[in-house]
Design a protein around this ligand. Structure first.
Ligand SMILES: CC(C)(COP(=O)(O)OP(=O)(O)OC[C@H]1O[C@@H](n2cnc3c(N)ncnc32)[C@H](O)[C@@H]1OP(=O)(O)O)[C@@H](O)C(=O)NCCC(=O)NCCS
Length: 294
């Protein structure tokens, strides 16, 4: 059967999220996660569907890619079933290489392909070169997680205290200078099927300031969960709050049945990597994106 490439409809996004969740496997490289799709869904189903491409063979979803047009990067999630599949690898590399197919933007473009042994080898042999390095981090949840030391408020799809929603959004904005998060976008995200497997956490200090936040995403019981995003309020850094919210994130994922907590951050984000390591995460070897040959 030929391998075909589609743009999903907004109505079929939940199926793509489900497929990507099942490809999260303990011990495999940390790749695009269902939680990444859930986080991107805050801008609405139409926008997310327009950023996604899905490869199928005989109805089976083999891979999904999410394009960030600003950065010219497509982030890929690949089914373990096609890890060593040469036909799949050749087809995907052809689709990514030919600008006329519109899979990757024209000009400078990269692909994040952390899984897919055959695909990675093919990109390599066709002259794709190392681009931005990312640092994956992992914490096993086989044993209970220690108390984080701060008061944590939690937001799930059915329980959303208005003040905590506002704090979640405000701390996001105070953590990432380029963030465009809003309460409306939080509500859009929280209403998606992806968020049924997610939770937001807000940490409060002794004076009841909202000091740190995160969203954690389960991919189902026994699979690695994802932290995306996580930040400490810029006015309250250097007091252990980044470490505390990371520990709280790990504890929440364990409660949700995740086998481990995972996260990826640019290798250049020294503070981010340090906060995760300080919260018991193990730093894994950096992984570079692949830059399309000129
Ligand atoms: C990364 C971030 C969460 C750290 O928050 P924080 O409250 O300042 O961190 P903590 O005080 O808990 O520090 C935790 C550890 O990281 C270290 N650390 C924190 N920022 C650091 C920096 N900029 N450079 C080097 N080390 C740093 C601390 O020394 C501490 O290490 P230790 O436990 O070994 O002493 C915060 O800087 C942030 O929100 N950054 C922007 C968003 C971001 O990058 N998020 C993470 C990646 S998605």
């Amino acid at each position: 059967m030929p391998i075909t490439l589609h743009t999903p409809t907004p109505a079929s996004l939940a199926d793509v999220v489900d497929a990507v969740a099942t490809w999260q496997v303990e011990g495999a490289p940390v790749q695009l996660h269902s939680g990444d799709l859930g986080w991107a869904w805050r801008f609405g189903a139409d926008k997310l569907a327009g950023e996604l491409r899905v490869w199928r063979r005989d109805g089976e979803v083999l891979a999904a890619g999410m394009v960030d047009h600003d950065d010219g990067v497509m982030r890929l999630a690949i089914s373990p079933a096609v890890d060593a599949d040469e036909e799949f690898a050749a087809q995907v590399v052809d689709d990514l290489t030919d600008p006329a197919r519109g899979v990757l933007p024209e000009g400078r473009a990269s692909v994040e392909a952390r899984a897919g042994t055959a695909l990675r080898a093919r990109l390599d042999s066709e002259g794709w070169t190392a681009d931005e390095p990312w640092t994956p981090l992992h914490r096993s949840l086989a044993t209970p997680v220690e108390d984080c030391g701060l008061r944590i408020a939690s937001l799930d799809a059915d329980h959303a205290d208005e003040q905590v929603v506002q704090d979640r959004v405000a701390v996001n904005l105070a953590s990432f200078p380029t963030s465009t998060f809003t309460v409306e976008r939080w509500r859009t995200m929280a209403a998606t099927p992806a968020y049924r497997s997610a939770r937001c956490l807000v940490a409060y200090d002794d004076a009841d300031h909202a000091v740190a936040m995160t969203t954690v995403w389960s991919a189902g019981r026994g699979r690695p969960g994802l932290i995306e995003p996580l930040g400490a309020h810029r006015d309250f850094r250097g007091h252990g709050h980044g470490r505390a919210i990371t520990i709280a994130a790990a504890a929440a994922l364990r409660e949700m049945g995740a086998s481990s907590a995972t996260v990826c951050t640019p290798a250049a984000n020294v503070g981010g990597v340090a906060a995760y390591v300080s919260a018991g995460f193990t730093r894994q070897p950096d992984s570079t994106d692949f830059r399309r040959p000129a």
